[in-house]
Design a protein around this ligand. Structure first.
Ligand code: ASP
Length: 441
């Protein structure tokens, strides 16, 4: 039987109305047997997420202030949902227990994880699925980091006897039984672990957007949703700052080649974005999937005549950076030149030290620095004969009179990285987006 692991985010489960949509989605496809849930999120712009409300409860208790009214607000939110869906959960008893634990100085992670715990209880009751408490199967080491291998095995064992299950996201426990949480947004990671543990055919991530956009909507008007993205392309997108799934939420499934489908609970008929290793048979995609970028870059240029004839000029340069613990974003080498792109905020505190070391150890003919650069990635895995897409993107910048400071593309042809002045960043993104859209993104 096909297995789909479906994770529903906070906005998807923020109210009884949202619960009804989620039930409809789950029941429309019998393969959706394993469900992961977040705590109730925002119902409207100014609303507060339950996890943040619980954080407030914890802080109040820690300061010996009265936490009861804040906890009461959380209780009311759950009561409202329970009433709206007709759930038979004894919330009164649950909250009495939570209140007692908080009065006995419960840990932060216990308190803030109660949103996921209660939401999973409500949804499992509503669906008639078995509730699985991650306290018993999402395992943390003593240093507070989640142990993915052990968790995968334990989740697998917990799911084995079950046809259907709802697992609370975001938390687990260490070997002493203390509740531990993942970083914020961590239910995505629980979902990915569960998909890997169940060897699922698909990991669905239901949220409030219809997938990944081909460009930043604050810069480009209504950018298109990308239908397919490869895991490698996704990595570049998140590296360049696009808000996509965290790497920890991708690795467990990408290792096993399980596709991730990001889609919207409010528009379930939209197939959203699917992240794959290889495209399904018969599907094609344009060689460029999107454009993203980052501001705040500096470029260091080092030149020395005949440097490329002797061994080690670039190696010495990189050794200097390594010994100073200064990471670089890109390194471009030419004949007798090395160009380094470094984040300005990291360079700033050690700029003088770096320069004097370069002068001492490399004795360059020229050492230059320019600030206020942005790096733009034209992202897409390209076939060997399709690099014309990148050339078109570059041409569009020259046609628009946007100066190009650096160009970087490896033989793997995954991304074309272009350096443009910061003040031209938005224009450059729009310009490239228009070109790739015209070409049939
Ligand atoms: N509820 C937690 C948060 O708000 C975890 C999650 O939603 O994944 O970060």
């Amino acid at each position: 039987m096909k297995t789909t692991v479906a994770k529903f985010g906070g906005t998807s489960l923020a109210s009884a109305e949202q619960f009804r949509k989620v039930k409809k989605i789950i029941e429309s496809d019998p393969s959706r047997r394993i469900i992961i849930v977040s705590a109730p999120g925002k119902r409207f712009e100014e609303d507060i997420k339950v996890t943040d409300q619980l954080m407030e409860v914890f802080h109040l208790a820690g300061r010996n202030e009265d936490f009861h009214p804040a906890l009461e607000t959380v209780r009311q939110r759950f009561e409202e949902i329970a009433e709206g869906i007709g759930a038979a959960i004894d919330l009164k008893k649950e909250f009495e227990q939570i209140e007692a634990r908080i009065s006995e100085r419960a840990d932060r992670d216990y308190v803030i994880s109660r949103g996921e715990y209660l939401n999973a209880k409500l949804l499992s009751d509503y669906l008639g699925f078995t509730f699985v408490d991650p306290e018993w199967c999402v395992c943390f080491d003593e240093d507070g980091t989640m142990n993915p291998e052990l968790s995968r095995r334990m989740i697998r064992a917990s799911l084995l006897p079950l046809e259907t299950a709802v697992i609370a996201g975001f938390y687990g426990a260490d070997s002493r039984g203390n509740i531990r949480t993942l970083p914020r947004g961590g239910s995505d990671v629980t979902g990915s672990l569960a998909a890997a543990a169940a060897n699922a055919d698909l990991y669905e991530n239901w949220t409030d957007v219809c997938g990944l956009l081909a460009a930043d909507p604050r810069i480009v008007d209504h950018p298109k949703t990308v239908k397919y993205v490869t895991f490698r392309e996704l990595r570049t997108l998140s590296y360049m700052g696009a808000s996509v799934l965290h790497t920890d939420a991708v690795l467990p499934v990408s290792d096993l080649d399980i596709p991730i489908n990001i889609r919207s609970t409010d528009e379930p008929e939209d197939s959203g974005t699917t992240i794959v290793r290889t495209l399904p048979a018969g599907e094609t995609k344009y060689p460029i999937i999107g454009v993203a970028g980052r501001k705040g870059m500096s470029v260091i240029q080092v030149e020395k005549l005949m440097a490329s004839d002797g061994a080690g000029f670039t190696a010495v340069m990189l050794d200097i950076l390594k010994s100073m613990g200064l990471p670089f974003e890109h390194c471009l080498t030419g004949i007798d030149t090395v160009t380094l792109v470094i984040r300005s905020d990291l360079l700033e505190p050690c700029r003088e030290q770096l320069f004097s070391r370069i002068r001492e150890e490399l004795n360059p003919d020229y050492l230059g620095l320019s600030d206020h650069l942005s790096m733009i990635a034209v992202i897409g895995e390209k076939g060997s004969n399709s690099s014309s897409a990148n050339i078109r993107a570059l041409n569009s910048l020259t046609d628009a009179g946007i100066p190009v400071n650096t160009i970087n593309q490896g033989a793997g042809k995954l991304n074309l990285l272009i350096g443009v002045p910061e003040e031209k960043y938005e224009d450059a993104i729009r310009c490239i987006y228009e070109t790739i859209e015209k070409a049939g993104l």
